[in-house]
Design a binder for this molecule. Structure first.
Ligand SMILES: NC(=O)c1ccc[n+]([C@@H]2O[C@H](COP(=O)([O-])OP(=O)(O)OC[C@H]3O[C@@H](n4cnc5c(N)ncnc54)[C@H](OP(=O)(O)O)[C@@H]3O)[C@@H](O)[C@H]2O)c1
Length: 354
């Protein structure tokens, strides 16, 4: 396992990556056929900005009704009202007069808002066709250990835990869809993550982003396995995607509060590399759209190639070996349950797990 991890890290190290087929894939221009999403409902986190915003614009122009789960953003970020208005314009100009597009409060750093969002969704009685777990952050503003009011490390909660919580709450409405999809924006940075849960909440680890993405990809693989072995859920597909190296706000971490201060040298360098070798947000968003709509990403039961996979943009790629290890998958499943008390809250009853 160690050899595989080292190889993957090398392939994605700066030099290895520049020379690799992964880089060519990272910067190649992709197109997707339009899907017919009329009558479908989509819930997405992090849809007001970056790749999520581009994905919702595309979903809207394909006729979907959409709820964006967003926090009140810092002043320099695009407000959800703006993205909602742009989506409605995209839908109407494509001839979709009846689709509904709204944003509701959902701060991934505050689990009470995630729960309220999920309950509000369930109370609509709508069937959910697509859940895009996309919101994420690179690092904390101060670079120091920052805990949420729920008591978890901020990056760990925003990128991973809050999405687990959201998914488990709204799974019943996905189960009622014909070909439901859950798309999780993980990252190739999972290759730099360490599978050691003591790093999740206790230190201001500069690699907390990578750990969170490794945990997310491993957890979603286990979730797919649980879904596949539950007759009422075996048509639900969940996949992880790396959207490419995308020129978005995630590479411009706040240096203090809500103020944007001059970036440190390494952050400036990273921004430069991404702007030269990366892709734009529209191209990044296509990775979400494809996993949500392409037949190949559905379960075998729905004529696809099965879920629980990892895609580098639109291409199937090898995730970290922990994802294929039943032991590691059980460990992350139990760890998350310990943090979120899913079983205690009845959120695992859907699998009839004792
Ligand atoms: N860009 C890349 O190269 C790259 C590569 C691999 C994976 N990813 C992943 O792609 C996803 C989207 O990132 P992006 O590149 O599009 O970056 P981005 O432009 O910074 O967008 C991040 C999105 O997440 C939202 N978000 C952050 N914290 C939140 C919170 N506490 N509650 C609710 N929403 C929150 C942001 O909302 P606000 O506007 O309120 O901040 C924004 O909509 C992330 O999961 C990221 O890890 C990106």
């Amino acid at each position: 396992m160690l050899k595989i991890i080292v190889n993957r890290r090398l392939a994605y190290s700066q030099v290895g990556w520049l020379l690799s087929p992964a880089r060519r894939r990272a910067s190649s221009y992709i197109t997707l056929p339009d899907a017919n999403l009329r009558g479908k409902w989509i819930v997405i986190t992090g849809g007001n900005n970056g790749i999520g915003r581009e994905a919702v614009l595309r979903f809207a122009s394909c006729g979907a009704s959409i709820v964006l789960g967003c926090r009140q953003p810092p002043p320099h970020e695009k407000h959800p009202d703006v993205t909602v208005a742009d989506c409605i314009a995209a839908a109407r100009s494509a001839g979709h007069e009846s689709s509904k597009i709204e944003w509701w409060p959902c701060d991934m750093a505050d689990l009470s808002t995630v729960e309220a969002f999920a309950k509000r969704w369930l109370s609509t009685g709508h069937v959910l066709d697509i859940l895009a777990n996309n919101a994420g952050m690179g690092k904390t503003a101060s670079g120091k250990l920052t805990k949420t009011k729920d008591g978890f490390e901020l990056v760990h909660q925003v990128n991973f835990l809050a999405h687990v919580y959201l998914t488990m709450h709204i799974l019943p409405s996905l189960a009622r869809a014909e070909d439901p999809r859950i798309v999780c924006t993980t990252s190739c940075m999972q290759y730099y993550g360490t599978f050691n849960f003591s790093n999740a909440n206790t230190t201001a680890d500069p690699r907390s982003y990578s750990h969170s993405k490794l945990y997310f990809q491993t957890w979603l693989t286990e979730l797919q396995s649980q879904l596949s072995s539950t007759p009422t859920l075996c048509h639900v597909a969940i996949n992880g995607i790396h959207p490419g190296y995308v020129n978005t706000g995630i590479w411009t971490p706040l240096q203090g509060g809500t103020e944007v201060k001059p970036l440190k040298f390494l952050d400036r360098l990273l921004n430069r590399v991404v702007s030269v070798f990366g892709v734009d947000a529209e191209q990044g968003g296509l990775a979400i759209v494809r996993a949500a709509t392409a037949k190949a990403c559905a379960t075998v039961k729905r004529g696809g190639e099965g879920g629980g996979r990892y895609f580098n943009r639109i291409w199937p790629a090898e995730p970290m070996p922990q994802t294929t290890s039943p032991v590691c998958r059980q460990l992350i499943w139990d760890f998350v349950d310990g943090e979120l008390h899913l079983k205690e809250k009845g959120l695992l009853d859907i699998f009839n797990i004792e």
